[in-house]
Ligand binder design. Structure first.
Ligand SMILES: *Cc1c(COP(=O)(O)O)cnc(C)c1O
Length: 417
């Protein structure tokens, strides 16, 4: 018997690269003179970082954001393979830049930082420990590190807190004078820019003022960065004064709104990039009184037709959405909506096809989501946000790319498509 060594799984995510390019154009068109940085962290929010980054490069993006340094290096490698200009040569309009802001301490981190400098990746510094580590990498390689200094303007995540800005900027200014680092940017991240409530707007204003203050303190030490960046999608869309020189677009690129209660993707002119589907495995009738899936959290009051879908929480389908979320079944007689009933399992879940024999049959396509409303419904059904629904889609789900950007660059991940 021949055993196929390439695993094959039933679920497929269709990734529309035309929609991606469209979203990039819409978003970058909203911010006047400011430039765009495209965030491709977490495998481009589950869409596949290499393919997405290359399609965005093709659409005109030159700044790329990858949270983790190891992933940033993979991206640099993919750019090299695709024949893009190397990051470390004298930059032209065609040169991409990669910015990464999570690098760990210890030996592994030291090795990655050395590779980062060799590959021309921009790094973030939030504290003096990171400064020491990056200066060490600069010493090892003889390469001046391009850094973005991160200040905490109120989110309490990464970033140097306000009461130590003086020592932070004086020490980084010294390292710059010493030729170990080049301070490219001062940056931060807003906490509540997606929230339309007046108090949240006031908080965002305060955070922008804090950022302004950081720029002033830095100036005292002779630091005047080429680039100031503060806004993610929500700031870029809803707080024009936070755009500065560069807006870091994440969720908007993937065609979703950071908060559709504020403004929907459709209202923003964005198109969802991902559709998730799987074939229907079976259709059958169950008798009145019978429970569905583990622990019978749903029970048929009368005879019911049920369908079985081969995706589960191993694929990132949230178990919390059991008995709540819905899907579309594409039958020969048209599309029918069906609710998830019973517990979502590891590899499969059951849907309710009603009390009459349905048009649905084994092999019909079940679409879990393909538009913002459906993605938001899955998010609501699992007490989460649209970000999490797309990002945690598991590696077993095959990504299938279509649209213009598809054939231009070859990537390791994409060749089988
Ligand atoms: C994820 C992230 C972004 C993008 O956020 P969106 O809300 O998806 O636009 C921007 N900046 C930083 C630092 C991030 O971690």
């Amino acid at each position: 018997m021949r055993v196929d060594e390439t695993p094959r799984y039933p679920g497929q995510a269709l990734i529309d690269l035309d929609a991606l390019a469209h979203n990039y154009r819409i978003l970058s068109g909203k911010i006047g003179q400011a430039d765009s940085l495209v965030i491709v962290k977490a495998d481009a929010y589950g869409h596949g970082a290499q393919k997405i980054a290359l399609a965005l490069y093709e659409a005109g993006a030159r700044w790329f954001g990858q949270a983790q340094l190891g992933e940033a290096l993979q991206l640099a490698h993919a750019f090299k393979k695709a024949g893009l200009p190397p990051l470390r040569t004298a930059p032209t309009a065609q040169t991409p830049r990669i910015f990464s802001w999570i690098s760990v301490p210890g030996l592994d981190g030291d090795e990655l930082r050395v590779q980062a400098l060799e590959n021309g990746i921009d790094l973030s510094i939030s504290n003096l420990e990171e400064l020491v580590e990056i200066v060490a990498a600069a010493q090892t390689t003889g390469i001046c590190a391009r850094v973005h200094l991160k200040v905490d303007v109120g989110n309490s995540r990464a970033g140097c807190p306000r009461d130590v800005w003086d020592s932070f900027f004086s020490q980084t200014a010294l390292a710059q004078a010493d030729g170990k680092i080049k301070i490219v940017a001062i940056w931060s991240h807003l906490q509540s820019a997606d929230d339309p409530a007046p108090e949240a707007f006031a908080e965002t204003k305060t955070q922008i003022q804090n950022y302004e203050l950081a720029l002033e303190v830095a100036k005292k030490y002779g630091i005047i960065p080429e680039i100031r960046h503060l806004a993610a999608t929500s700031g870029g869309l809803w707080h024009p004064e936070s755009r500065y020189d560069l807006v870091r677009w994440g969720i908007g690129l993937y065609g979703l709104s950071p908060n559709s209660a504020h403004e929907t993707a459709k209202e923003l002119g964005l198109k969802p990039v991902m559709r998730l589907r799987a074939p229907l495995l079976s259709v059958k009738e169950i008798p009145a009184g019978q429970g569905v899936s583990y622990n019978a959290t749903w029970r048929a009051e009368r005879n019911h037709w049920v369908g079985l879908v081969p995706l589960g929480y191993a694929d990132g389908i949230p178990r919390l959405a059991s008995n709540r979320a819905g899907v579309s079944v594409h039958t020969r007689e048209g599309i029918i909506r069906a609710r998830v009933i019973g517990r979502i399992c590891m590899d499969q879940f059951v849907i309710d096809l009603g009390i009459n024999p349905p048009a649905a049959k084994r092999g019909d396509t079940v679409e879990l989501f393909g538009n913002e409303t459906e993605i938001d419904d899955w998010a609501k059904a699992s007490q989460s946000v649209n970000y999490e629904i797309i990002t945690r889609l598991g590696p077993r789900v095959e990504r299938i790319y279509y649209g213009q950007g598809e054939t231009k660059y070859r990537t390791e991940a994409g060749e089988k498509n």
